[in-house]
Design a protein around this ligand. Structure first.
Ligand SMILES: [Mn+2]
Length: 347
């Protein structure tokens, strides 16, 4: 009996349906979405390793020309083409992973819309909202969507198993990065028994666990350390809400860019006895608010929606137009609404 995770019938069906498109393709283009994350990059590079091992030519595109610095260590990252515009080169197949709709591919899609429309375009994704734009040359469906998967990389691993592809250490590292990216290292509520088993398989296949953990969770620029320090210094209570802010002045003092300041909100979210956490980024005439909570009864998406934003139950965001007065009124309202939710849950 195999020690590997079980691959269920839906995967065998999807794998059988999609394989002919891959089998007939020699030149494959795999674009990942704009504002990419480790799952987008790791899945595309995982695909690159799985299929180049079969002698195929796979070219991975960054649709907005960029990808997270923390993914630059991944095997194959140096081959990523930074798309800046224009017509994509000839290819036999486009494989889009982790992109819920064509808009996620930005102008790479807009400037090559006909290519995507006529196919073959193959879609593999875990977003429940996927628009299913994968299409085979005969017009039939070329999508494989599993919204129960924690990451697109998890899906790609299970499909690779159904396709009986060898999983190299390089492929395993990229897929592990995708899963750790979307589950914050197996910490999110999407962390299922299956994805943990997939991670075990990837480690057994030789994935560089230390590389992923060090690059994702233990490595940050000095400027980010300084921004975190200033942000934590300003942390304060508004009723039961812990909040702080990041202003252009704080970023300038630390020689940082906003792109490097992420992550401190997850640290603040662990503040004991907070009913919710708010981190405000100052922009011209407005605040961009990130909301988090660890409290079961609190739904920060519902709170953010009252301010025109949205997100997930435990992580959401919105924009607040105005200055300090509007910021403070917003914080008081978040505290009040979270308190209401807690009271309602208590019955
Ligand atoms: Mn994803």
């Amino acid at each position: 009996m195999s020690n590997l995770v079980g691959v269920d019938a839906a995967y065998h069906e999807g794998a059988a349906r999609l394989w002919p498109l891959i089998a007939q393709a020699q030149r494959i283009i795999s674009p990942f979405h704009i504002n990419s994350d480790p799952d987008a990059v790791g899945s595309a590079l995982g695909l690159y390793h799985l299929l180049t091992a079969l002698g195929k030519t796979v070219t991975v595109y960054a649709s907005d020309g960029d990808f997270p610095k923390i993914t630059a260590f991944l095997p194959g990252a140096a081959t990523i083409v930074r798309y800046t515009g224009g017509t994509l080169p000839e290819a036999d197949l486009v494989m889009a992973l982790d992109s819920s709709d064509t808009g996620r591919l930005g102008k790479l899609h807009a400037e090559n819309a006909n290519r995507f429309a006529t196919g073959p375009t193959l879609m593999i994704d875990h977003h429940v909202t996927n628009a299913r734009f994968g299409v085979a040359p005969d017009g039939s469906d070329a999508n494989f969507i599993d919204s129960t998967a924690a990451a697109t990389a998890e899906i790609l691993y299970l499909l690779a198993r159904a396709w009986e592809l060898p999983i190299s250490p390089e492929a395993a590292t990229c897929l592990l990065a995708g899963i750790y990216g979307d589950t914050l290292g197996l910490q999110t509520t999407s962390t299922s028994p299956r994805v943990v088993r997939v991670v075990a398989d990837l480690l057994a296949a030789g994935a560089d666990h230390t590389g992923v953990v060090n690059n994702f969770y233990r490595s940050r620029p000095f400027a980010t350390v300084k921004v975190w320090g200033a942000t934590l210094e300003q942390a304060a209570w508004c009723g039961g809400v812990v909040w702080s802010q990041i202003t252009p002045e704080m970023l300038a003092a630390a020689n940082s860019s906003e792109g490097e300041s992420g992550g401190v909100i997850n640290f603040l979210t662990g503040t004991r006895d907070a009913r919710a956490t708010v981190l405000l980024h100052r922009g011209p005439g407005e605040w961009r608010a990130g909301l988090r909570t660890l409290v079961e009864a609190v739904d920060v998406a519902a709170i953010a929606e009252k301010f025109g934003g949205g997100g997930h139950r435990k992580a959401a965001g919105c924009r607040i137009v105005g200055d300090e007065a509007e910021r403070d009124a917003f914080l008081q309202e978040v505290d009040r609404l979270a308190g209401e939710q807690i009271a309602a849950a208590a019955g």
